[in-house]
Design a protein around this ligand. Structure first.
Ligand code: LLP
Length: 421
């Protein structure tokens, strides 16, 4: 459930009418709902209330500091994957002891920054990384708290580009070799083993792959304890999917996911960490765009919007589906027509949807892309020198611009012309 609903025939974000926001910031723009973010975070929090836990929001899904502040205020930790995300989390006021650092290619500089600034744990993904981290920690005279991310060789049954738990993927160390890797970790002078980490993929629409992976993690935890390691935490990753196509998708609920975690690892007495991104931020955001032209092609109609693949890349990158709804509610009984919904960028890949059934739309009408709060703004670019679009946060009847649209001058002035030109 989200808080983007029609009221008096106009799509609202909570109590704010979207045409009012469009008049204020121009289009296209992203708009987020505080109530929806809060609701989704609370669903996870309740689902894990049977034991000690920390929900580390996967910032890669949405890293605007205002969003981080909303979630941190509810008690969230953060899952970061770069020095930049770490800096953002800190800037938003998240304490180091609530930040976990994931990713296959952490640099020594990033390790250093996090060790100095404070970190809950590094989720280490390889032996070379482990050795580098130990060196950095020793040079600073500290111990780096670590989990090892294990690759359980489980098929997440999701899009190949966002599946991470199969042995062919670049992530984690094979679970079959985990005991050796932990033995080496324990012997390295700069590390302190605190737990086990796993993440098998994103946009999972079934619980079974989680169940298979978590059972393997539970068995591994028992084996590692027999080997003498202190396993205090289990980081079970993110990945629970959301309904993009609302009419015919019903992914599992956080409650059932929480019960599954309790069933598979609950008896181990560990603190449970999870790293959800999409389920918290996805349906808490929309992208609003305006129709520039309706163009009649030979055998189809094109709805040409002012939003494009550089603003929301998921459809062209993954063939992802996003609901596109008119901001003015159609009258009951309005007949649908079909559009290819496209942006102005100069390549055919700049297509949001083909032959999409929609109510008839005209120039200047506003449309909203649903489920755009995760992997939307964060994956946008300035391709075609199109400025990054503004982000707006709504709470009740108030809204604020939480990222401004840059001016052309700001964009252009980032280039430097060499003196010899
Ligand atoms: N933890 C780790 C280690 C991850 O790699 C990810 C996502 C998450 C947590 C959060 O997963 P979530 O709960 O959001 O599914 N750009 C793609 C999604 C990439 C996901 C990458 N890793 C998309 O737009 O679908």
């Amino acid at each position: 459930m989200d808080h983007f609903l029609y009221r008096d025939g106009i799509l609202h974000a909570e109590d704010v009418a979207l045409p009012d926001v469009a008049a204020f910031v121009g289009t296209p723009f992203y708009c987020y709902s505080t109530a929806t973010l809060t609701r989704h975070f609370t669903l996870f929090d309740d689902a894990l209330s049977w034991g000690p836990h920390l929900i580390c929001f996967a910032m890669k899904s949405n890293s605007n500091q205002a969003i981080l502040k909303v979630l941190a205020g509810l008690g969230a930790g953060m899952d970061v994957v770069s020095g930049g995300e770490y800096a953002r989390a800190k800037a938003a006021g998240v304490p180091g002891e609530r930040i976990v650092f994931s990713g296959v290619g952490k640099t020594r500089a990033e390790m250093r920054t996090a060790l100095i600034g404070g970190i809950r744990q590094f989720n280490v993904e390889s032996e070379p990384e482990m050795r580098a981290l130990s060196d950095v920690a020793v040079s600073l005279g500290v111990h780096a708290p670590i989990t090892v991310r294990v690759n359980p060789d489980v098929d997440a049954k999701t899009h190949e580009k966002i599946s991470t738990g199969k042995s062919e993927n670049k992530f984690g160390v094979p679970i079959s070799r985990a005991r050796e890797v932990y033995a080496e970790a324990a012997a390295l002078p700069g590390l302190k083993v605190v737990g086990v980490d796993v993440h098998i993929g994103s946009q999972l629409t079934e619980l079974e792959p989680f169940e298979l992976a978590y059972r393997k993690v539970a068995d591994l935890t028992r084996a590692l304890r027999e080997d003498g390691h202190e396993i205090l935490r289990l980081d079970l990753g993110g990945g629970l999917g959301i309904p993009y196509e609302r009419t015919n998708e019903a992914p599992p609920l956080p409650t059932d996911y929480g019960a599954l975690i309790q069933r598979t690892v609950g008896d181990l007495g560990c603190e449970v960490e999870i790293e959800p991104g999409r389920l918290i931020s996805g349906n808490a955001g929309i992208m609003v765009s305006r129709v520039i032209y309706v163009k009649q092609g030979e055998d189809r109609k094109f709805l040409i919007l002012d939003g494009a693949m550089n603003d929301l890349v998921r459809p062209s990158m993954y063939g992802a589906y996003h609901d596109i709804v008119p901001v003015v509610e159609p009258a009951a009984g309005t007949e649908y027509t079909k559009y290819d919904v496209v942006g102005p960028v100069c390549e055919s890949g700049d297509t949001f949807a083909k032959a999409r059934e929609m109510v008839p739309l005209s120039e200047d009408d506003l449309v909203a892309f649903r489920s755009a709060g995760a992997y939307g703004a964060v994956m946008s670019s300035e391709y075609n020198t199109r400025p990054l679009i503004p982000e707006v946060l709504v709470q009740g009847d108030q809204f604020a611009v939480i990222r401004q649209r840059p001016t052309f001058d700001e964009i252009i002035n980032r280039d430097t012309i060499p003196a010899w030109l």
